[in-house]
Design a protein. Sequence first.
Length: 364
Amino acid sequence: MSRPTIAEVNLSALNKNVRKLKKLTNSKIYPVVKADAYGHGLKMVVESIDPLISGYCVATFEESLELRKITKKNIVCMEGPYDYSELKIFEKLNIDYVIHSFRQISFLENLGNLKVVGKNKIWLKIDTGMNRLGFKENEILKAFSKINSTKKSLVLMSHLSSSLSNKNSRLITNSQIKMFKKFELKLKKKKPNLISSLCNSGGLINFKRSHNDISRPGISIFGSKADDEKSEIDLEQVMTLKSKFISIKKINKGDRVGYGGTWKAKKETVVGILPIGYADGYLTGMGNSAYVLVEGVKAKVIGRVSMDLTAVDLSNCKNPDYDSEVVLWGNNLKIDKVSKFANSIPYELMTSVSTRVKREYVFK
């Protein structure tokens, strides 16, 4: 028997989420499937949703090449080319790419010398306030002029830094949308067929003004609301992380559990040991903070999470045994909630589930 720690990926739930998100907008949907589809498995995810969507976004050059082996749909590399050799391959494989710096613009000077120039698009990224990638306000017109001289199709894009439904987030997001719309209007006077893309998951759900021509939902297709508790959209969690005990034992009052002895038994206690640890993606911050569901019953994680093992207090569980299913996160224990136990975010939890954890794909 193999190690009983499994990440169950429900492809039916994935499809339902994509359909629900599509109903929110008239824009084309380009799901973000970077980082191995947020840890869910790129190939299976893409093959499942490919008929439903118009294109995909990934982060890196390598991810773009891997994705092109799976789909003929449009692909956008969000980091863009690191050098001219990558740009040549993007053109050859018809992969869209982001240009966010003048260094990257310099690669475009030799575009006309290529034997193969694709029908792909260049995405001009502007910085609307996140201060990460993109051209600043005083650089945008110059960057646009240089990129537009290539005669390639152009997409104006930016990225929302805080698109939750709370008041502070709305102030930040509305400011970003205002700046984006300002330059969209200016540039469309110069290029009427300019395409635009701004919104991520939060923008798609909470800010209709941000939808534009292309929406780029990421974590929402996997069932997370990105820690937005006020969001009313009903999404199904796609991944269930589960395991079974490999040890169940009684310990005495006063006994300590785990490295550093950070948890001390106040009474005789039944402790279960799960074969999952931080090397599998179950973060150390879960120790003495999180709980799991043992056949649906809450059981507290005790002591430090080890590299390979996690201890659970089974005091509330009736007759736990080695066949008891233990859910670390899933539909009845949302990943958005679990991430808070470790002072983390659902993005980190999803993408931290390592290759030691077997993925099982189901339709239910």
